[in-house]
Design a protein around this ligand. Sequence first.
Ligand code: ACO
Length: 338
Amino acid sequence: MSNNEMDSNSPYSAVVAGTGSCLPEKLLTNEELTKIVDTSDEWIVTRTGIKTRHIASPQETTATLAAEAAKRAIASAGISAEDIDMIVLATITPEMVFPSTACFVQDIIGAKNAWAFDISAACSGFVYAVSIAQQFIQSGKYNNILVIGAETLSKITDYKDRGSCILFGDGAGAAIIQKADAKKAKGIIYSTSVSDGSGWESLNCPAYGSRYPADKPLEDANGIYMQINGREIYQLAVRRIVEMVNECLEKCSLSIEDVSLFIPHQMNARIIESVAKRLKFADEQVFMNIEKFGNTSAASIPIALDEAVRTNRLKRGDIALLVAFGGGLTWGANVIEY
Ligand code: ACO
């Protein structure tokens, strides 16, 4: 089932007014992983492009990382927490089963006038959340929406499984999506969101939900950790991301050359390179920071977006293309005139 949004008739545009991110201080290097599982720096770098990832301390949670990223995005947009009307937070590692992590963030940052909720769309969470924010802005209902992608994947990673533990890191990224005059700024030009629940078995974490409540033993005790079918996901991700980029270009009447920065979900450098090659993106058009952070699921795109803004890789007026693929299965994209 897919859903496309392009509301060119709205007098309002939804612009990215500010960005922020927060990474835990602690680093986990490939060298350190070789002491935990049977792997090597060479294998990890060659197969994934990852060198280090950031890992939350026992005191750091999804909400604390998210709140810090949110504060930085609020400062960068030049607004105050009380100006925020709505908080949408994407995560698969929430603070608790309930209340939502977004409610914790609302409390920490003092966004008294916002309503707050989480969405669960794994690695596509941030692009889904941006598309939700776009709708509430373009309808004219709200002025400022805080969108966050935040994860502490280390808390559901099996550090005995060498096929998955090398991939994941923790962190949070945020953006303020703001109402603007559509005649003056384009902002989010197009969003597309797709789900295929029949593929749920490829990527999941079975514990903590109603299928396996605390008093019912898991069929496999490892179900408290993320389960991934890496090879299957690899192939599907390449195919779907290429399809989505082509859809975005066609719907927005853009060419590959018009895209200033392609910001894909940072799941594996080889996946990104394969996609970029198929689409004929030049190296400088493709944003990659997986080497430093690993795969941070819903946090990966907003962390990358913030880094791109702060390092001047993305400038006002540039076209950014955000594309994600992940558990659900879910996939989606946003085309943004920054
Ligand atoms: N170190 C050394 N060897 C390893 C390691 C490791 N860390 N992990 C696996 N191997 C071995 C395997 O055992 C296998 O050995 P065998 O041939 O003797 O059986 C061999 O390496 C090849 O294994 P593959 O799984 O086929 O390796 P592949 O090239 O597919 O790379 C990877 C695996 C990196 C996981 C890749 O498939 C991938 O990136 N897939 C997508 C990742 C993904 O699913 N991301 C989404 C995660 S979910 C989320 O983001 C929330």
